[in-house]
Design a protein around this ligand. Structure first.
Ligand code: MN
Length: 550
């Protein structure tokens, strides 16, 4: 089973770097199917760091919930629309199937042939039994099912309405029976009763099948050739031959309406619909109806295709969509605990240090695995980025010690590296207004209210005034579109360690802010650089003063 190490949505440097480094630790410990992933786009700074240490961007995972494609059977056993029911039954018996998708020339799914429908066809209700002698099949298919030999005339390949009739009566009765049908539709099964054989040929039936491997007289063959009536010899007795002949009907005569899914249908949804359906087989089709897989009810109980290790977050509202549908086996984080619960015991290490990258470095230490130099560089980037090179109040002595050790391994100077990281891609200069809001945006829930706090880091505020009005408008849009109680953007100057706070929504909240207002919807937060350690607790305090959500 695949294990995916993944950070939060709108990933920041710490999320990406800690995911890659932790996946690498698992691989170094011998795990074979562990990959790092990201739940959103990287930014210029992250790309710079990945490139500097030679790492590709982790794979993008848009949804962690299992899909039909994860469990469907890809080697499809299906049958062509013009095949005989006899062949379908043999195939189902051989493969142990209860249903068979029926396809056309282009491999599009036309319907489903089920074992139940087949048994109803072979053994109809007593009141409908008379219709059992009517089949739509070609003479060639009929003869093939019982392995007959042509004694006169030809085998038509065209499917046609056919009446299967047994010549068990006396001549007079037989003539009366034949007249009730169109003779060109009648296939007569008869033993060595030459007067019946001859009467049928004279009536110009479609074919006469002489059963029991009995010889066909030369005179009969001659007459049949003259009147263009096909005569066939069957090695089986009449009862067996007729039974087999009924298997010549084309499978598309027995099609049933079917429930199909596409490969990217969420497995939960497919399961709901499968439970309501009587079918046990579900074709998986693409946009053109071409069959790409098959789902059986037993596929729904296959073990989940992937499990997750969450890094740098523990709140499902921040996790990749569908994370609640996949087993979460580990969490490494340094944020508040956001109401996460699990069905079974998991490895959950929440450590209030400055970065998840710090925790991953400690994991290497604990496992006794030396940190490879390129990984040490990545972890430095996550640590420096989250702690503003140890200047944030979130930085601890553990971070300081870890950064020093990582610097030694990577051979990279932290101060120079920090300057490099923050000089790349100023968010205000390289992103449009909406991207500034969403690039590092976290959603929270408290007391029934949902809100978001975004953060960007700049080397100074010089580009802020020209963008301010547009950013407020983008924040208002974000707040409205996401249906949030409020939305906030923290613009942090990593040199001066000051921030500006932009706020949208909830006027009753913003009027309780006691930082100096720079302008409407903007406040000066001197000395505030940490979203989680300073701003979030502050805003949660203001929020609780508002009382319960209505
Ligand atoms: Mn972090």
């Amino acid at each position: 089973m695949q294990t995916i190490v993944i950070g939060h949505r709108n990933p920041d440097m710490d999320s990406i770097c800690s995911a890659i480094a932790y996946a690498r630790l698992k691989q170094l410990q011998g795990a074979t199917d562990v990959v790092a992933a990201r739940a959103g786009n990287t930014n210029a700074r992250i790309d710079y760091v990945l490139q500097r240490f030679g790492f590709p961007s982790p794979m993008f995972l848009s949804d962690a919930a299992p899909r039909v494609a994860d469990v469907m059977q890809r080697d499809i056993i299906s049958i062509h629309a013009d095949a005989a029911v006899y062949d379908a039954i043999q195939l189902m018996a051989e493969k142990g199937l209860r249903g068979l998708p029926v396809t056309d020339e282009a491999n599009r799914c036309l319907g489903l042939l089920s074992a139940l429908r087949l048994s109803h066809y072979l053994f109809p209700r007593r009141e409908q039994a008379a219709s059992a002698r009517m089949v739509v099949a070609s003479l060639a298919n009929i003869v093939t099912t019982f392995g007959g030999t042509v004694m006169a005339g030809e085998l038509s390949q065209d499917a046609a309405d056919t009446v299967l009739m047994v010549g068990a009566m006396d001549l007079k009765t037989f003539s009366g029976r034949v007249e009730r049908h169109d003779p060109s539709q009648v296939v007569l099964f008869v033993g060595n009763r030459e007067h019946i054989q001859m009467a049928a040929i004279e009536a110009r039936v479609k074919a006469v099948v002489v059963t029991g491997g009995l010889p066909v007289e030369i005179g009969i063959r001659h007459e049949a050739n003259k009147r263009k009536v096909t005569v066939v010899s069957s090695p089986y007795d009449t009862a067996t031959t007729v039974l087999l002949a009924r298997g010549a009907v084309r499978v598309d005569r027995l099609l049933e309406p079917f429930t199909s899914f596409t490969a990217d249908t969420p497995l939960d949804l497919a399961r709901e619909r499968a439970v309501e359906s009587l079918a046990s087989t579900f074709p998986i089709v693409d946009a053109d109806g071409v069959i790409v897989g098959v789902l059986s009810k037993s596929d729904f109980i296959k073990p989940p295709p992937r499990r997750l290790i969450l890094v740098d977050h523990n709140e499902l509202s921040q996790a990749v969509p569908g994370a609640d549908k996949a087993p979460i086996i580990e969490i490494l984080d340094h944020h508040r605990i956001g109401g996460f619960s699990s069905d079974s015991p998991i490895h959950f290490w929440n450590n209030p240090v400055g970065s998840t990258s710090t925790i991953v470095a400690l994991c290497y230490e604990q496992a006794g695995v030396p940190i490879p130099p390129d990984v040490a560089g990545l972890l430095m980037a996550g640590l420096i980025s989250d702690t503003l090179n140890l200047t944030s109040p979130t930085a601890t002595p553990v971070d300081k010690r870890t950064l020093k050790e990582l610097s030694r391994i990577a051979g990279v100077d932290p101060a120079k590296f920090a300057a490099e990281i923050f000089s790349v891609g100023s968010p205000l200069l390289t992103m449009n207004d909406d991207q500034v809001i969403t690039s590092d945006c976290k959603e929270y829930e408290s007391g029934g209210r949902r809100f978001s706090i975004s953060q960007i880091e700049e080397l100074n505020f010089s580009h802020f005034p020209e963008k301010q009005a547009a950013l407020v408008a983008a924040l208002d849009r974000h707040c409205r579109n996401r249906g949030l109680f409020f939305a906030a953007l923290l613009v942090t100057d990593v040199n001066t360690q000051n921030s500006l706070l932009l706020g949208s929504g909830a006027p009753e909240l913003w009027q309780r802010i006691d930082f100096p207002a720079q302008s409407p919807q903007t406040w000066e937060l001197n000395g505030i650089v940490s979203r989680k350690k300073q701003l979030l607790p502050y805003l949660l305090g203001r929020l609780s003063g508002l009382g319960a959500a209505s």
